[in-house]
Write a protein that binds this ligand. Structure first.
Ligand SMILES: NC(=O)C1=CN([C@@H]2O[C@H](COP(=O)(O)OP(=O)(O)OC[C@H]3O[C@@H](n4cnc5c(N)ncnc54)[C@H](O)[C@@H]3O)[C@@H](O)[C@H]2O)C=CC1
Ligand SMILES: CC(=O)C(=O)O
Ligand SMILES: [Mg+2]
Length: 373
């Protein structure tokens, strides 16, 4: 199969969809891999390393896309990328379609087959291709939050761990999944006072068993969240309903409860965000202020630690890329129901229910795409 790895073009996005090590595995399996010149520059993978692994280099992105059967990326395609896609091509990357009407329409119009990393599932009920980036973003959320709490960043001038004689910061983590656990671990490690909210009682029980009295758990309701806001320094948004728009847990009105200079880090921004006042930001300009509250809403947080993130992501994606390349997308999805959950768009149709619901569009059952044409 002809596989293409473009250079990412989103703002300050340096990750790359495949490492030279991954290229070598695919070439050994008999595939042709073409990598855009300079694609790995930002994470320390040179063109020479890709060539040594067996890749061809292509400088012209139009040529790269035109000849590809499978395109492996990191971030959702930007307008100039989805305009290049065509029927018969498979795109394998993060998509986050629920809050992104323009991209959804662009992918539908292209006629391509788009498989989203973030909705591929595993036998344990997890999201194995979202998890590595959620680990990264959860850990970064505390670093970012600690920085934003500094006075010069607009924060209230609070040190997460406090010092002897001065209590630590209060950190609320909304959502106790992969982002939430990693954020909580980092915040606890720095000595903060951490409360984690979730709607899932089994999840809260698990967190309680894992961390004991070092962490407080709360069942997530509007009342419970509102009650905690008045003494919160940092609130991390980490909820997810797979494929769907994030539930809005903190309204603009609720911001009044927070102390001035408190910080909201909305990791869930890529699914639309869980604070009413959130809007996506970039690494270049990561924060803005609403009613005296600092908002950090970077939609590609792991891009900031692109080398760690590329290695973590490609460890998880490589087996699926190999399956798609070796078997072709239809057989690979037919033989792996978890990979099949990644199918979001095929041949001008939405194949993922939560995405169709988010846009008020028709949902086409997966089986229709998986049946032989
Ligand atoms: N901004 C960025 O760069 C990145 C964003 N993300 C995003 O972070 C979000 C969280 O991802 P994961 O932790 O991997 O998901 P996850 O599925 O592991 O965890 C989500 C948790 O939210 C809980 N939840 C759902 N509704 C809730 C509610 N109303 N109140 C409290 N908890 C609720 C679920 O029970 C679950 O435990 C996703 O939107 C993901 O796309 C992930 C990586 C990078
Ligand atoms: C998950 C995601 O959106 C990211 O890693 O950028
Ligand atoms: Mg994102």
């Amino acid at each position: 199969m002809d596989i293409a790895v473009p250079k990412e073009i989103k703002n300050h996005e340096y990750r790359v969809g495949m490492t030279p090590g991954g290229v070598r595995e695919l070439v050994r399996a008999g595939h042709r891999v073409r990598v855009q010149t300079g694609a790995g520059d930002g994470v320390g993978f040179s063109d020479e390393q890709y060539v040594a692994a067996g890749a061809g280099l292509v400088a012209d992105v139009a040529e790269l896309f035109a000849g590809a059967e499978l395109i492996v990326k990191v971030k959702e395609p930007q307008p100039e990328e989805y305009r290049r896609l065509k029927p018969g091509q498979v795109l394998f990357t993060y998509l986050h379609l629920a809050p992104d009407e323009a991209q959804t329409k662009g992918l539908l119009a292209s006629g391509c087959t788009a498989i989203a990393y973030e909705t591929v599932t595993d036998a344990q009920g997890g999201l194995p291709l979202l998890a590595p980036m959620s680990e990264v973003a959860g850990r970064m959320a505390v670093q970012a939050g600690a920085h934003c709490l500094e006075k010069a960043q607009g924060g209230r001038g609070v040190l997460l761990g406090g010092v002897p004689g001065v209590p630590p910061a209060r950190v609320l983590v909304l959502g106790g999944g992969v982002v939430g656990i990693n954020a909580a671990r980092m915040a606890m490690g720095l000595g903060a006072d951490v409360t984690i909210f979730d709607k899932s009682l089994p999840r809260l029980t698990q967190l309680d068993a894992m961390y004991g009295p070092g962490i407080k758990t709360q069942y997530s309701t509007a009342d419970a969240i509102e009650a905690e806001l008045s003494c919160a320094d940092l609130v991390i948004g980490a909820v997810l309903i797979p494929g769907a728009s994030a539930p809005r847990l903190v309204t603009r009105d609720m911001l009044k409860k927070l102390p001035q200079g408190a910080v909201l880090v909305d990791v869930a921004i890529d699914q639309g965000g869980c604070f009413e006042t959130s809007r996506p930001t970039t690494h270049q300009q990561p924060t803005f202020e609403v009613d005296g509250i600092v908002h950090y809403c970077v939609a590609n947080m792991p891009g900031g630690v692109a080398r760690t993130a590329t290695l973590a992501l490609t460890n998880a994606t490589l087996p699926f890329v190999l399956a798609l390349a070796n078997k072709g997308w239809r057989r690979a999805l037919n033989e792996d129901a978890h990979l099949a959950h990644g199918l979001n768009v095929h041949n001008g149709k939405i194949m993922y229910q939560a995405v169709a619901e988010a846009h008020g569009l028709v949902h086409t059952p997966l089986q229709q795409a998986l049946a032989k044409p």
